[in-house]
Design a protein around this ligand. Structure first.
Ligand SMILES: *Cc1c(COP(=O)(O)O)cnc(C)c1O
Length: 217
């Protein structure tokens, strides 16, 4: 298990960037991983996990939460509006708020359930037509609309285009957060979390570098 290696690399990247030790939150992305791999990381004391699919999280996490009550589970994958209820029940943070219809459903469910998961708005920093996320130009209007609904977004999230250097995307996300008065920056995955930390990431989402490759077969 390479959780400790990743923690060491995060600490080194924090230090290299002149950032406070511990200022970056590591989300261990446990989607699709065999339960024994996740249990090994739970046993070692790590408590913050990321999932992409509501149904998978519903299947896995109630039992783990019963054994490790101080766990938090972050939704990092695309969220269908008809899963808003379950998402608000299950998750401590949602990183994929990417459209008004979803914001409305989440606002309704949060009021109904009296729960307030931390919210990150997903930004389509590469302007990719097939990718989810709010376009940079539309972000101020989207944030204003969220605030009018009573939502209080905590930060921004991005998934840079696969074939490009991530750094300009991380920089753009940081600038957008600053311009819009948001604190959280969810950026960086197994391949690029160190450059994300250099650019100010508050949350990195690391899966395969901790757990090994995912087997989708
Ligand atoms: C799967 C996933 C990750 C983790 O990816 P790795 O390359 O395995 O670290 C991070 N963020 C999102 C949004 C994901 O879907």
């Amino acid at each position: 298990m390479s959780l400790n290696d990743i923690k060491t690399r995060i600490a080194a990247a924090e230090s290299a960037a002149g950032r406070e030790p511990g200022s970056v939150t590591l989300i261990a992305v446990s989607k699709v991983q065999p339960p024994e791999r996740v249990e090994a990381v739970l046993e070692s004391g790590h408590r913050i996990y990321g999932e992409n699919y509501v149904q998978e999280a519903q299947r896995k996490w109630p039992a783990w939460r019963a054994r490790y009550p101080d766990c938090s589970v972050h939704m990092i994958g695309p969220l269908q509006s008809n899963k808003a209820k379950q998402a608000v029940e299950l998750f401590d943070a949602i990183h994929s708020l990417d459209r008004i219809s979803l914001a409305r459903k989440l606002a309704h469910q949060m009021a109904e359930q009296g729960r307030s998961p931390q919210l990150f708005i997903q930004v389509n920093t590469g302007d990719e037509p097939q990718k989810a996320g709010i376009l940079a130009d539309e972000l101020p209007g989207f944030i204003a609309a969220c605030r009018e609904m009573g939502l209080n977004p905590y930060g921004l999230m991005c998934i840079p285009p696969e074939s490009q250097d991530s750094t300009p995307h991380f920089r753009l996300l940081r600038r957008l957060a600053k311009e819009n008065g948001l604190t959280g920056l969810s950026m960086g995955m197994s391949a690029d979390f160190e450059s994300a930390i250099a650019e100010g990431a508050t949350h990195v989402r690391v899966g395969s570098a901790i757990f090994g490759a995912r087997d989708y077969s």
